[in-house]
Design a protein around this ligand. Structure first.
Ligand code: ZN
Ligand code: ZN
Length: 182
């Protein structure tokens, strides 16, 4: 089996986790995870891990090889989908055989977020739709921050949270509306 990125390198066996066999490229350090191995491992785990929140400090470098790779197992084009949830790289999956390609460090980053047991969900329509919604939300938030500046934005978020959690939410909101007209 050849590396879908380097093409001239034969993938060698690697253990990604206990009882989880994968194929690794010694040149680009990417990994191919065959569908059968993944599901077998997932079943044997029998536990559901809770996703950990994003920690900016653990900023491990990846080298996302981009879209357009071919499946090393069956030769079909790999689907290139965003992971989302604060992770900025994409993963590649073969729709035909179900195998997944991880570029250097991508598996480790997923492990650090407990998302390595959710790989099969990442490629679902529901997951991808949620990422699009998150991004839309993000651009709105970013737009506001850009207009009012970092400090005022932080204050605005604080006030918004205070209002949302307040017992007199409606009164506070209508006061603000009237005050802004005055
Ligand atoms: Zn490679
Ligand atoms: Zn395939």
């Amino acid at each position: 089996m050849q590396c879908p990125v380097c093409k001239d390198v034969v993938l060698s066996n690697e253990t990604l986790a206990e009882d989880l066999l994968a194929k690794a490229c010694r040149k680009c350090q990417g990994r191919w995870l065959p569908s059968f191995h993944y599901w077998k491992w997932l079943d044997s785990q029998g536990l559901v891990l809770t996703e950990k929140p994003l920690e900016r400090v653990t900023n491990v470098a990846t080298n996302d090889s981009g879209a357009g790779k071919l499946c090393p197992e069956c030769g079909h084009f790999l689907r290139h989908n965003k992971v989302g949830h604060g992770i900025d790289f994409c993963l590649d999956r073969c729709n035909h055989c179900g195998g997944v390609w991880f570029d250097h460090n991508e598996w480790e980053i997923l492990v650090s977020r407990n998302m390595h047991c959710q790989v099969h969900y990442i490629f679902s329509a529901a997951w991808q739709k949620r990422i699009q919604d998150e991004e839309r939300e993000m651009t709105f938030e970013q737009r506001v921050e850009k207009i009012v500046g970092k400090n005022d934005y932080a204050r605005l978020k604080e006030v918004a949270r205070w209002i949302a959690e307040n017992d007199h939410k409606e009164t506070l909101l209508s006061y603000l509306q009237n005050a802004s007209k005055a």
